[in-house]
Design a protein around this ligand. Sequence first.
Ligand code: NAX
Length: 325
Amino acid sequence: MKDPVRVVVTGAAGQIGYSILPRISKGDAFGPDQPVILMLLEITPALTALKGVEMELIDCAFPLLHGIVCTDDPMVAFKDADYAFLVGAFPRKAGMVRADLLAKNAGIFKVQGAAIEKVAKKTFKALVVGNPANTNCLILAEHAPSIPRKNFCAMTRLDHNRTIGQLATRAGCTPSDVEGVCVFGNHSASMVPFIEAATIKGKPVREVIGDDEWIAGEFIKTIKTRGGAIIKARGLSSACSAANAAIDCMHDWICGSDGKIVSMAIMSSGKYGVPEGVFYSVPCKCKDGEWEVVELDASKQADALKATADELFDERKTRLSDYIF
Ligand code: NAX
């Protein structure tokens, strides 16, 4: 049996936490032979609810779950941590403008980044889910400078999976028949779902769907507004699909994507015309715990790719001027 890995989940008493913790404990993220110790971080008022989650996890008797630590102290949560799902974030409240939201979350991710810098393993890897995910990830990475930037990723896998789901539903096939989609840019309405290199059962998506008007209109709109549509229908934001996407992303990153293209918001490096400095979603393939950017021809979408990059550089300016420099 392998030694257990320490996996931090922040916001562990929240909706996504409740869906993600059994999946991690069952081996869905790190493999069926990899034991885990869960390091669960919450704010102090949520510790009682977190205790209830811990009790349920114990009651599941997961063979791979070798320990649970519940805390409101980031220095305890990140101690010797191998991996983290950063889910906890400050939600947008009535009357808050975007800059207020950015500032509130910058405070959270600054403190957690500093704790990672001090006490996590130097091989630590983090997936940021809490919104605004891309820029929260930037703040986190900026405050943990001794951890390589390539070890930080913001989640756009839910947008990626939504793209596959819509195509499979329209084509009347299964999701595994759809390959090669990706989502570029920010996890926001400026994201760019990209299907030009994608196939359904090996044939180009446009040929199989046979309806360019639907692709340009309803399809793209559905992907971009899906989060809001789920809130309207359920009265709550996406949780099981968000948790599933986080598991998919971490699994493929750590265990390999098996030659498949996946979407990951990683530190930009000049590829796709985006200069270094923001966490920007691009198509990747993963192997042996590392991602590699896949170069697709997205030249026809250059304006949209630039617009979503510009939005991220604006967020960076708003937040970093107050919280980093
Ligand atoms: P919930 O409000 O149910 O849970 C959030 C939890 O985070 C709460 O229990 C809260 O006490 C905790 N928390 C707040 N500040 C914290 C801190 N400083 N340290 C530790 N814990 C803290 O939200 P939930 O539905 O679980 O969503 C969590 C986050 O995911 C939100 O920011 C949401 O916007 C974001 N999402 C991101 C998605 C993505 O694709 N990147 C999709 C789903 C989701 O909307």
